[in-house]
Design a protein around this ligand. Structure first.
Ligand code: SF4
Ligand code: MSK
Length: 620
């Protein structure tokens, strides 16, 4: 959909406010960047050493090699591997922080968090070969945290969660030499290989990219999800509201944005403090209104039903409502533009992670050892700021669509009566045609939410059950697709299943790291059927992706055997060799492969054709 910024009415209203007020957003900066660098778009520029920067002429008239002799194929492959490594590092460092917190809780050094899901703790301990018999929860947690931290630099062969993978998949990875070893090791090796004068074979580079991404999907992300559930509770279906209309005209509004639930969980706790609520009232506010954004928003909406103010492209729009007393951030997907924008309002932009500082931000270091007090201090600062709100500049759109989220693997199993068999039966008897995972970001290259919402609608209408995470899931929340009533938009078979189970046709499974939940379900389905993941009628898509994390996600989903459609073009088209590897040869190598389709309706057709092909091969 060309020429329109967003399909979200709340975003469109806020963009008008921005324009009228002369305020700049990502959409304006995107336009100012036009035309974007053609070499960069194709992946054909390299600055991996100081003989460069070098760039390859895609039309064949100018240089075809860098100073060192690197061809376009080598440069594109190296750049892609570095993107995967950055994405895998981001997810995995998030996972490490959660595990470190669990270790601190178990050792009694961190007091403000408790272990909320002991059953999951014990199940994970058993998976790691740790005896739970007669042991205290603390001891189990300590041993489990130590074992999980080992996964980052493991020397024992390969990652523990690989045991969840069906045997046929493991054989493929063994044969190709891409069995993921330690998480840190794969990222470090990716950086080593792409250093000047090391790996210069495009296929070899891409294969390591797959291995590195697998250490994210079945390692760092998976640990982030599982250990978050242990510490903060495994999500169950919960109702809430979504979009900028969740901001309050009367209350102290605090937006938490970023990724790690360590911060957002404690803000949820602190926001309930009666003393702080009284302090807010003493300043003339009706109370404290904590809302989320992006994936940290997903974490707290999945576990507590905390309202989510929007997805990636709405972070600036939330500030422009003029109603935010504080934007509190930790890591990932936070625009550095927020500092300057917040300064146009009374809004305090508060950074909390030593890893992520921003111009114009107030830095309040968040220390897990003093978590609740730090969270209280952040909220106090927001309360103090309430009288500075200029009520004449406040504009809050009305949109606040209801959603049901919280579909962890455990919640799905419980809805199905404890086993995946009813789901398999529904697939076999064609009530459910297949399953599609829609994930990822917004990107101003795409009309906001247009691809997400239209793909989800097109798929459910054809009886494809849609599972979602990240900003894709927030797009569906805002469009009302996460409600059981949305079954009326589904095909007859899917609608019947949804009505029988009381679930929406689009299931919100969590944040970006929670794509590991989708992998876990896919692996369990394949094991139950005695087939490989690649044999299942399932597909993935990142319809509006922008981040390097999404590149790692796409790579591990494909390497796990799942066909994946990208809705924005990755910077690989400068190399026919790399593009061919990813979109064709990957099918023979790992079963999964990529397609690029920017039209959501055509992308849905590709997914349906793939699902039908897999059904036919299974004889169902
Ligand atoms: Fe140029 Fe080669 Fe150096 Fe890259 S590694 S900047 S292509 S000389
Ligand atoms: S927050 S990675 S914009 S999904 Fe996970 Fe959204 Fe993409 Fe960030």
């Amino acid at each position: 959909m060309k020429g329109t910024s967003s399909i979200d009415p709340a975003s469109l209203q806020m963009l008008k406010v921005a324009r009228d007020g002369g305020l700049e957003t990502a959409w304006d900066r995107y336009l100012a960047q036009q035309p974007q660098c053609g070499f960069g778009e194709l992946g054909l520029c390299c600055r991996n050493c100081n003989m460069g920067p070098c760039r390859i002429d895609p039309f064949g008239d100018g240089p075809q090699k860098g100073v060192c002799g690197a061809t376009g194929d080598i440069i594109v492959a190296r750049n892609l591997l570095r993107m995967i490594a950055a994405g895998a590092a981001a997810h995995s460092d998030h996972g490490r922080d959660i595990i470190e917190t669990l270790r601190g809780v178990a050792a009694g050094e961190i007091k403000d968090y408790t272990i909320k899901d002991e059953n999951k703790l014990k199940a994970l301990a058993r998976e790691f070969g740790i005896s739970t018999e007669g042991e205290t929860v603390q001891t189990i947690a300590e041993k489990l945290a130590e074992a999980a931290l080992e996964e980052f630099g493991t020397r024992k062969g390969y990652l523990q969660a690989i045991d969840r993978v069906p045997p046929k998949r493991k054989e493929i990875w063994e044969k190709l030499g891409i069995m993921p070893r330690g998480i840190d090791r794969e990222v470090v090796e990716a950086m080593h290989r792409t250093h000047f004068g090391v790996d210069n074979d495009p296929a070899n580079l891409i294969l390591h990219g797959l291995r590195c991404s697998l250490s994210d999907g079945w390692g760092g992300s998976l640990l982030a999800t599982e250990f978050s559930d242990v510490l903060f509770g495994t999500p169950r279906p919960v109702r809430g509201r979504s979009n900028l209309g969740v901001l309050s005209k009367e209350a102290v509004n605090i937006l938490v944005h970023g990724h790690e639930p360590i911060l957002s969980e404690m803000l949820v706790e602190a926001a309930k403090d009666p003393g702080l609520i009284s302090a807010a009232r003493a300043k003339g506010a009706s109370g404290i209104n904590l809302v989320g954004m992006c994936c940290t928003g997903n974490e707290i909406l999945m576990r507590h039903g905390i309202p989510v103010a929007g997805n990636f492209l709405q972070q600036e729009l939330a500030v422009i409502t003029g109603a935010l007393e504080a934007v509190v951030v930790d890591v990932q997907c936070i625009m550095p533009a927020l500092g300057q924008l917040a300064a146009c309002y009374h809004t305090k932009f508060i950074s909390t992670s030593p890893k992520a500082k921003f111009p114009g931000a107030i830095h309040i270091p968040f220390d897990e050892h003093n978590a609740l007090e730090t969270a209280r201090e952040i909220i106090r600062q927001a309360i103090e700021n309430y009288p500075n709100r200029d009520k004449n500049r406040v504009f809050i759109p009305e949109e606040a669509t209801a959603y049901v989220a919280g579909f962890s693997v455990e919640a799905i199993l419980s809805a199905l009566g404890g086993t995946l068999i009813p789901l398999i039966e529904a697939v076999k008897n064609k009530k459910i045609r297949g399953i599609a995972a829609l994930v990822g970001c917004n990107n101003p290259k795409v009309t906001q939410d247009y691809n997400h919402v239209n793909m989800a609608k097109a798929l459910i209408a054809r009886d494809v059950l849609v599972v979602e995470t990240g900003c894709a899931a927030i797009a569906s929340a805002k469009a009302g697709l996460l409600l059981p009533e949305a079954a009326e938009l589904a095909g007859a078979g899917l609608a019947e299943v949804c009505r029988a189970l009381g679930v929406p046709p689009v299931l919100h499974m969590g944040s970006c790291v929670d794509i590991s939940r989708i992998l876990t379900v896919a692996a369990a389905l394949a094991r139950e059927l005695g087939v490989d993941i690649a044999d299942l009628p399932v597909a993935g898509s990142a319809p509006e992706w922008m981040s390097e994390k999404a590149v790692s996600i796409g790579a591990y989903v494909v390497a796990s055997g799942i066909f994946t459609v990208l809705g924005t073009v990755p910077p690989v088209l400068g190399s026919n060799v790399v593009a061919d590897l990813l979109t064709k040869q990957a099918k023979d190598l790992v079963g999964g492969y990529f397609a690029v389709e920017t039209d959501p309706f055509k992308a849905a057709e590709l997914i349906i054709a793939h699902i039908d092909e897999k059904r036919a091969a299974l004889g169902i």
